[in-house]
Structure formats: structure tokens, C-alpha cells
Ligand binder design. Sequence first.
Ligand code: GLY
Ligand code: MN
Length: 459
Amino acid sequence: MFSPKTYIDRRRRLQKDVASGILLFLGNDDYGMNYADNTYHFRQDSTFLYFFGSDYAGLSAIIDIDNDEEIIFGDELTIDHIVWMGSQPTVREKSLLVGVNRTEPTARLYEILTRAMESGRKIHFLPPYRAEHQVKLMELLGITPKMQTEAASVDFIKAVVDQRSYKTEEEIIQIEESVAITADMHIEAMRMIRPGMKEADVAAAVTQIALASEGNISFPVIATINGQTLHNHYHGNVLKEGDMLLLDAGAENRMHYAGDLSSTIPVSRRFTERQKDIYRIALAAHQNAVAALKPGVPFKEIHLLAARTIVDGMKNLGLMRGDAAEAANAGAHALFFQCGLGHMMGLDVHDMENLGEVWVGYDGQPKSTLFGLKSLRLARKLEPGFVLTIEPGIYFIPELIDMWKAEKRFAEFINYDKVEEYRNFGGLRNEEDYLITPEGARRLGKHVPITIEEVESMR
Ligand code: GLY
Ligand code: MN
């Protein structure tokens, strides 16, 4: 936990930014996975953590801006809970650690909000992403789940995004730690992979490192020989000579800050020449993107730079043709690079994605609906303090190739006969995490082998 001052300062600024009304923060609860007592791993809501720091289930809070009052709501543990789950600090003790002096039982939240609504006061809440939040918002505010995202407070969202987007020095230390643990996960995978192992062996080994750091994984591990499926969570395949394993895995440290790295590792000790050809293109896109990172540059421009680099590389291999800028602007590269170049990272691996990409990644501007660009989570001008990922990839998805080929989509830019030769290539991606600095950008955590020579030297 940070010092109480950190949380007090954050809440004070939030009060100033939203200016009036009541801010409602719903912490997360323990939640049954298959029956009530067999719960999912508890993960506190990131915005609750950011402003109230308390990493316990069953808490909520309000900031009454007009009356300059902060209250944390929660119920003391029953003896049954203590018998099974152990004791915890009291709600008051938890609250004092983050500089909140007033606490109330959970039932009082309903009474206070009901009274506030009766007197016509504005209750600001954030878009819910869990059913438990939806039920609570319905009970507390009488808004049905269908209407809740629309009714969420844009002023509140914007004020939260305006703080959480700019990582402070004490947050950077936490993120560096998470990325360093994440790097160890990838380095271990590079060392251990052998033909005959299962994808599940790699997933288990990297998860072990995250758990042993006393944290957790920051998202479900992707360890797959079918890297062309962007979020592939199947781990049942056996690794064979000639395969590439795509590992996209990250740790969340004790303070719940995320790391997120991707590596592509040859199962044989060397990449094949064909794999090298494609790997070099993705790496060039990566390196060009990293070199372009600096304040003032829209991330969308850097995404398009990576897309143009991929088109250029594909042209050299004979898979594409024509003007690279025209092809990338039209979206023709998205046959191979369907997703975005990167995303914000912080307390969430896709930081604040629950608050809406339009506010987090687009500064309120509308998002493109073009295939490829519609998956770009971050487009806004970069600013010092942003932490983001760089993760270009090249993916041969047979169903997508068949569909585009049948439609003759972008036939002026794509040589479908040549693409056919690669239809079962699979996919690859590398990913690093960067802090935008006043001068440019700095890679976070420790270096993970990324060039062909570096990766092969680990095998
Ligand atoms: N690492 C998973 C993702 O960025 O979507
Ligand atoms: Mn990522």
C-alpha cells in the first residue's frame, strides 16, 4: 500500500475535478465459481484500489463532494468467517490506513444514497463490468443493468482517467517490479521449451513464477503453437520440432500493477528461414514503433507506422504490393495485423478498459470502425507518464484469408496466390512495456531477448 497521503491527494483532486454531487465506488466481492464457498481468486476493483487502497472484499465508498465527506462502507467479519477465513483488520482500521475517518455498515449506503436522491442530488457512478455491481446499482439507485453504462457519469469517468493515465514515480516502481517478474516468466520459457512438452507445461512454469513472487498473473496465460488466434487460451497441444510457441503472459505484483510481455520462441533450437523472414518484419515494426514513441505523437500514427512497416516487409516477400501508406490507410495490412499496436497498462493490464476506450484511448474522439483499426485501444496523443505496450504481430488466419480472397478484398494490395503459401504459418508477436518520458520513452522492467540472435542464444 502507498502512504495515506497518496490516497488522500488522489481523492482531493477527484473532488475538485468532478466539482459536485456524490461519487460512488463499488469495491469487489468474493464470488462463487461453481458454488458460493468456492470463490474465484479475489481481485479488488482497480479504481477502488487507486483511491481507497484497501484490498479486501465487501467494501464500498462514497465521496460526498458538496459536504466534503468520505465514507467507507463495510461489515465486520462474523465469527463464522473468522473461523474459516481468518481475521482481518476492522473496517475502521482498514479505512484509517488510507486516511478515511468515517466508516458505516454496508446497509447505511442504501439509506444515504436514497436520501440524497430524494433531495435531487447527483450520484456519480462508473460503468459496471461485473454482475455483482449491476445488482448493487439496481438496488441502490433503481437503474436497470441495461441502462447503467449509459447512465454512468462521464464527469466521473473523465476525472478518474485524468489521474490514472499519468503514472507517478511510486507507481512506476511498482510497474517496473511487475514487468521484471514478467520478464523472468518469458526468460524461463525460452530456457525450458523442448519438443515433446505440452503448451500446458509452459503455462504452468510461467504461472509458477508469478505466484512465487507473491502476486498473480495479470491475465490468462497465452502459451500456444497457434499464435494466429490472438487470445488463444487452449494449452493441450504438444510442442513439435518446427513449431513456434507464442507466449503472451504477465505478472501482477502484490500492489496489483500489471506487466504484459509477449515472446515468440522456436521449439527447435533455431527458427526456420521462413519463420525468420516473418519474424524480422514484426521486429522491424516493433523497433520502428519504439523509436517513434515520444510526447505529442498520436499513438494512432505509430500504429500506422507499424502497419506500413509490415506492408513493406510483406512486399519484399511478395505477399503485398503497391504503396505502403495507401495500403495501411485503407486497412489492407489487417489481413496480417488485425489488432492494435498496444494499450495503456497500469492497475489493469488493459488499463481502465472498463471505463470505456473512447475516454481512455481516444480522449473522447470517436473510434474507427475499420477492421484492424477498430481493435486499436489507444490512439490519443502520447504524454509523459503514460505506460503502454508495444506489440505488433503477424498472423495468418486461414478463415480470414479465405474470406478476403473470396471477396477479392484489397486485391490491388494483396497477392493472394503468394499468401496461400503461408496459410498454415501460424502467428507471431513480441511485446514490451514502455513509459513515455518528457524526452521520448523508456522500456520498463528488464530486457527480454527479442532479436532472432538473442532468442536463439537462449535455446
Ligand atoms: N496480453 C493480452 C493483451 O494485451 O490483450
Ligand atoms: Mn498486451
